[in-house]
Design a protein around this ligand. Sequence first.
Ligand code: SF4
Length: 702
Amino acid sequence: RGDSAAFDREVKTVCPYCGVGCQVSVKVKGERILYIDGAEGPANENRLCVKGRFGFDYIHHPHRLTKPLIRREGAPKEIDVDPANPFTHFREATWEEALDTAARGLAALRDAHGGRAVAGFGSAKCTNEEAYLFQRLIREGFGHNNVDHCTRLCHASSVAALMENVGSGAVTATFNEIEHADVAIVIGANPAENHPVAATYFKQFAKRGGKLIVADPRGQVLARHATHMLQFRPGTDVAMLNGIMAAIVQEGLYDAQYIAAFTENWEAMRAHLEATDIDEMSAICGIPAETLRAVARDFARGQAGMIFWGMGISQHIHGTDNSRCLIALALMCGHVGRPGTGLHPLRGQNNVQGASDAGLIPMVFPDYQSVADAAARARFAEIWGVENLDPQPGLTVTEILDAVHKGEIKGMYILGENPAMSDPDLTHAREALAKLEHLVVQDIFLTETARYADVVLPATAFYEKTGTVTNTNRQVQMGRPAVPPPGEAREDWWITTQIARRLGLDWHYSHPREVFAEMKRGMASLDNITWERLERESAVTYPSLSPDDPGQPIVFGDGFPRAEGRARFAPAKFAPPAEEPDADFPMVLTTGRQLEHWHTGAITRHASVLDALEPEATASLNPATLARLGIAPGDPVRLTTRRGSVVARARADAAVPPEMVFMPFAYVEAAANILTNPALDPWGKIPEFKFAAVRVEPAAQA
Ligand code: SF4
């Protein structure tokens, strides 16, 4: 390590995990990655977290898919295969046979039942070009918009609120802008675990005297650096934020000049907040009224303030209302469009921003152009050389699986997603996957979802592919292959192109740069960003105003992309979660990620260092709760909700409030999403992963 003679080449690319988008220098010897260092990227400036630095040897794991697979005749569709030999229900096939079988099955359903019998899930783990091709394939090949991806489970409600009130779904400022702020709110996010490199900037901000306001029902490391730590009751975000905003209005702390120049609907917002009883909001959220007022003063009186949020805000049935409140809070203080100000939903996956920009969403084409807009349909029909495109918004992730249960959708093409682990109410989701007449899964491992597949297509991991990705900061970055793919695995863009051709589409891409060039024809966000520039510069932030502009870290200083250039206030009223604790289910379950494991664990549980650090499923409970229940740390504990039951190992964690239990969702042996509530936010259609009524009890020792 550190001996440059030990490796024979270095490749500069991007970390495959979170939306921070750290640039990495991959040290390679022969066909193996030896180690990884941070590189000088715009988001990370050489920094890396444990996942980026040590979580790479999944690339060389013996369970990587290296050949196409076809399900054996009569093999059951189930997850519980022999862990030592997960491939037992499949036989190897040639690419020719597998692609023919995959496409023939999808085409047969389309031809027998119409295009709507087939739907697709793409992936925020793929490149922009691959996401673009996947949504094009469903829209062009099947004639509808039933194509979605994991943004639905992550920030769909944030995007709904931002699109509605700001006119753009992306961040208004990079997280690095906190360098110029003097006050910042981090709410419903745990950056030290989930965006660790971003968290280092937040800690530096606090260290140099910035006022850091952290708000989360669960305690966290960042609280040590905070001026205020608001550990509010779960699910009461709207009440707490209304209390803070009411204090700003009632004490006359708002920025009247900014509001008059750049916003609309202020009168309704002000009336709503003047009528808001701060004591009542305090009683609902559990934060003293005086603390709400102190936070209001600190944020409103700051010269430059930023708001960061994560899935603690978005994954609720009132996720859109939560985000509306945050947008309103920033607007009324004039904290948008200047250095050190802005709205920043911290994006999850490494390319969830880019996959969304590329149109992997059922309501919109690339660049968020509505499918209901005739001009947008005409634009993409011309680019794709088709007669018509469907004007009807498609179904979302959970709606698609509901439609499978109803028999309306009979076949699916799933690229890099793992709904058998990531969806709420997994029993329902897995039954849907088992019910499909034809399922094609394209991935790097035989994921829990792939175990239900009829055809499995082996894809390349990020360190084996060429293509662009876009991070939480709107920075489009070039991903370069460091090592060759194992066996016969192929890049996703190539596989999707082969499927498209077998579905009768006239596709002839020979390199991702051709796909990128096509994307630019329909995506103004990519103006002045070319493949050659990205090869040369590695990263360009959009919007880029000229061929040599590195891009704009802050947007909307001179107005918003809405009618008359004005952002909008959207008042929101507190409403309770979809289900509340009762005598049978007296506690609150919340789920999330942990530092060492990424999402459903498909990658990180195959990364030896990360899996050694966190090898088994845990349920974190307050020590007082454990004592009350007679459970010792390390004992098995059973969690039961209205949807199912799992057993995990109890972990004592004083940061978890006494009425709550926290579970990561990366472990198939205790899949947290068996427990979660599929109730949806009406605007973002995002499930309420962050709140389920649960019973916790000792479980028998294994
Ligand atoms: Fe990778 Fe995110 Fe860690 Fe950076 S912060 S190294 S992008 S996981």
